[in-house]
Write a protein that binds this ligand. Structure first.
Ligand code: UD1
Length: 421
């Protein structure tokens, strides 16, 4: 694992255009979907990220042949070579749980090490397992592995006790090859869920209700391959929008999707930033001289995304008054706070509520990234801090942001990756 760090000399106003990459959180399930068919699957606009390489390595372990040209990937898994996802792969990425549904549906059995990934809370997978049980799977847990068996999955009905993004996608994938119709209630409505549902439909699955809480899936005996272009990464988009606003800059966010970003756009506008849609795909963000404080509550889509919480915390450190941030999705997602405080932020935490004092004069220091979005919040802090900020453990950042330091440098930031042996 590279121990590279990112060094930022703060104080530059960001200006220019930034091109948004394909969505990591749509790419990972889309790649897992290739397990449902022996036919060729083609995915375009795939970002060059550590999590994508990890997923491809896992698929190769299952017998995938893959090739890529620029950001287009072709994958085919004619014969499944294995049905076990070992710890060594899974510990690197929680999204490996997405292998469970497709493996079980195609092969009648799956054995997956319990997932790792970002250390943000307990993050159980009980709802994934219960949804599989509702389709007739028998689940057992042994030696850190989940084993699921079902000769043939059968249509079932399941209500998610909590809205889960990958849980909804996993269930749709499994149900697409089940015998009969499945009905899932209290489903996630995130754009990545809709994207994966559309992908499954293009493979021949019959799915209704995407983007609503109730999804119906009519299983098929087999599915064809797919050729699809990934949707833009809304969290990457939002991160650069905050970067523009907090440096009082002017940045055109290109090839994104404004509809996915309504809650983020609303929050930025409420803070005083100027946000204009320039076309169907482009958003112009101009920072204001004064940043107004905000009260934000994270919610499942279309609410304010938990994956933007850390970045907004950094932004609100600069507001001209006290802000509040309530995290309702994950119970341990304030790990960036002690690091931000090392830079001079004044934040207090009470349970799931953070109070951000505002008017902070951030000063550069060495800081340590703890998870993907926390890393982004520290890079943002470095952009406005006086002096030099060194963000260590950026392997978290590399999991989810394509060439972040290069994109920021193109916008005028004084930022570089310092390679370490
Ligand atoms: C996905 C995203 C992640 C984002 C999160 C919430 C991917 C690859 N990752 O993660 O970036 O932060 O959605 O928008 O798409 N839960 C359970 N039991 C389960 C499943 C979830 O209790 O079986 C809980 C979780 O602990 C959490 C909440 O449900 O409190 C939502 O988690 P979930 O939507 O499942 O997150 P992920 O799909 O893992």
């Amino acid at each position: 694992m590279a121990l590279d760090y990112i060094e930022i000399k703060g104080g530059r106003r960001l200006e220019g255009e930034v091109q948004i990459s394909g969505a990591k959180n749509a790419a990972l399930p889309a790649l897992a979907t290739a397990l449902l068919t022996s036919k060729k699957c083609v995915l375009q606009n795939v970002p060059d990220l550590q999590d994508i390489s990890t997923m491809l390595k896992i698929l190769e372990h299952f017998g995938a042949r893959s090739q890529s040209f620029d950001s287009t990937y072709e994958i085919q898994i004619e014969n499944l070579g294995s049905v076990e996802a070992p710890y060594d792969f899974v510990r690197k990425m929680r999204a490996s749980v997405l292998l469970l549904g497709p493996l079980l549906a195609r092969n009648g059995m799956a054995r997956i090490s319990l997932p790792g990934g970002c250390a943000i809370g307990v993050r159980p997978i009980d709802l994934h397992l219960k949804a599989m049980e509702s389709m007739g799977a028998v689940i057992s847990l042994q030696d850190g592995y989940v084993e699921a068996r079902a000769k043939k999955l059968k249509g079932g009905e399941f209500t998610f006790g909590q809205v889960t993004v990958t849980g909804t996608i996993n269930s749709m994938m499994a149900a697409s090859l089940a015998d009969g119709e499945s009905r899932f209630l209290n489903c996630a409505k995130e754009p990545e869920v809709i994207f994966c549902g559309e992908l499954l439909k293009s493979m021949g699955a019959k799915i209704e209700g995407l983007g609503t809480p109730t999804i119906l899936v009519k299983g098929q005996t087999s599915l064809s391959g797919f050729s699809h272009k990934l949707i833009p990464d809304r969290i990457e988009s939002g991160t650069y929008m905050v970067a523009a606003a907090m440096t009082k800059g002017e940045v055109l966010i290109r090839q994104t999707c404004p509809q996915y970003l309504e809650a983020v756009i609303r929050a930025l506008k409420d803070s005083g930033a100027n946000v204009e849609l320039q076309s169907q795909d482009d958003i112009l963000v101009k920072g204001a001289n004064e940043i107004c404080p905000l009260n934000i509550v994270t919610q499942p889509h279309p609410g304010f995304p938990t994956d933007m919480q850390a970045q907004f915390m950094t932004y609100l450190c600069l507001a001209n008054g006290e802000s509040q941030m309530m995290e309702t999705i994950f119970e341990n997602r304030f790990m960036h706070v002690p690091e931000l405080m090392r830079l001079g932020a004044k934040i207090t935490i009470q349970g799931s509520k953070a109070t951000i004092k505002g008017n902070a004069s951030l000063v550069g220091a060495p800081v340590m990234a703890t998870d993907l979005r926390a890393s982004a919040s520290l890079v943002l802090a470095g952009l406005v801090a006086k002096g030099t900020t060194k963000v260590h453990r950026i392997y978290h950042l590399d999991r989810g942001y394509e060439k972040m330091e290069k994109k920021l440098a193109l916008l005028g930031a004084n930022i570089q990756r310092v390679p370490q042996a």
